[in-house]
Write a protein that binds this ligand. Structure first.
Ligand SMILES: Nc1nc2c(ncn2[C@@H]2O[C@H](COP(=O)(O)OP(=O)(O)OP(=O)(O)O)[C@@H](O)[C@H]2O)c(=O)[nH]1
Ligand SMILES: [Mg+2]
Length: 322
């Protein structure tokens, strides 16, 4: 389970001020008050959206503001109401007011939840006319729109997890199959924190590399495996240029089992990666040898071979929808 969190501030629009104005035209030199009312400020609403990556845009846009109401005009002209702001928030996001600690969860896509109420427009001087004061020289100010700091937390459960030794090409695959842009490097332990990406509506998680002894804290340890505990499928990535592929496979399985025996019961796909780096016949032989020893089907992929990526995409999709 990956946790995506962000703190944002929302500000509803202020109410527009009422206007102080008196009728003046060719016929009326000293007319009565005609200052109009200000418009209401726009409200801020949250609305659910089915996109687990939806919080990411708030990395750059942390403050959200609805439009202010327009101030009243002459000739009793009402100011326009400020436009409401409807913010799309991923389903399953827990929203906490950092000040009051009030909480609610986003559970529906067709309901707008009011999170900050717009200010009320002030009344123009026309509305303050009384029997004793026919020419009020004052109007109401619009009230200030609500402003809140909100903490948003989304717990993402990945459907599929990529595991394997460092440098096996896990992040490259995530990048090739999804919209994610993980860091990729020709050295071990490029990935320090799990990455997540969407392949259609399937969430893929790329986690740091595992090495022998990881369950005892070697390398980056195994703590991040908790992000794959709830996945429906593990994709075990093995670099095809690795001459010890069977050993690597059993090493990783040992570490998975040491982390939690249930990890070994999870369905898995064995995937030989980077097949463009060896001759096709060699890749074929490698697949056969591994299948013989492991008694499991072995898949192949290269990020430079679109057809292999399409096949992998379909295989993963079929698995999740079955
Ligand atoms: N030729 C070729 N190179 C690849 C392929 N996939 C990955 N690579 C390269 O292999 C290196 C490691 O790739 P990463 O995707 O960072 O590997 P990783 O498994 O995420 O590595 P860690 O995060 O360290 O565990 C990079 O230099 C990639 O460019 C492939 O299909 N073909
Ligand atoms: Mg990586």
């Amino acid at each position: 389970m990956l946790v995506d969190t962000v703190t944002i501030s929302v500000k509803a629009g202020n109410g527009g001020n009422g206007s102080v104005h008196f009728r003046r035209n060719a016929q009326t030199a000293r007319g009565g008050p005609d200052g109009g009312n200000g418009g209401n400020g726009g409200n801020v609403y949250f609305q659910g959206i089915d996109d687990i990556l939806g919080l990411q845009e708030f990395r750059f846009k942390k403050s959200l503001t609805a439009e202010n109401g327009i101030k009243g005009g002459r000739q009793n002209l009402f100011g326009r109401n400020g436009k409401d702001l409807v913010v799309k928030i991923p389903l399953g996001t827990l929203v906490t007011n950092t000040n009051t600690h009030e909480q609610f969860e986003i559970t529906e896509t067709n309901k707008k939840i009011l999170v900050a109420k717009g200010g009320i427009g002030g009344r123009g001087n026309n509305e303050f006319k009384t029997a004793t004061d026919q020419a009020p020289h004052y109007a109401e100010k619009g009230t200030v729109g609500e402003e809140k700091e909100l903490h948003l937390e989304l717990r993402i459960i990945a459907d599929i997890g990529f595991i394997g030794l460092p440098n096996a090409g896990k992040s490259s695959l995530l990048q090739a199959l999804t919209n994610a842009t993980p860091k990729i490097g020709n050295y071990p332990f490029t990935t320090l924190e799990p990455n997540i990406g969407m392949m259609g509506n399937i969430a893929l998680a790329d986690i740091p590399g595992l090495i022998e002894g990881a369950s005892k804290g070697k390398g980056l340890g195994t703590e991040f495996l908790r992000h794959t505990e709830k996945t429906k499928l593990l994709v075990h990535c093995i670099d095809c240029t690795n001459t010890q592929s069977i050993d690597s496979y059993t090493t990783i399985r040992k570490e998975l089992g040491a982390y939690s025996p249930t990890m070994l019961e999870k369905p898995e796909i064995i995937l030989l990666t980077k097949t463009d780096l060896i001759a096709p016949e060699e890749a074929e032989k490698k697949v056969k040898d591994m299948e013989n020893v492991l008694q499991k089907k072995v898949f192949t992929v290269s990020i430079l071979d679109d057809a292999s990526l399409t096949t992998l995409h379909k295989t993963l999709e079929a698995f999740i929808s079955s």
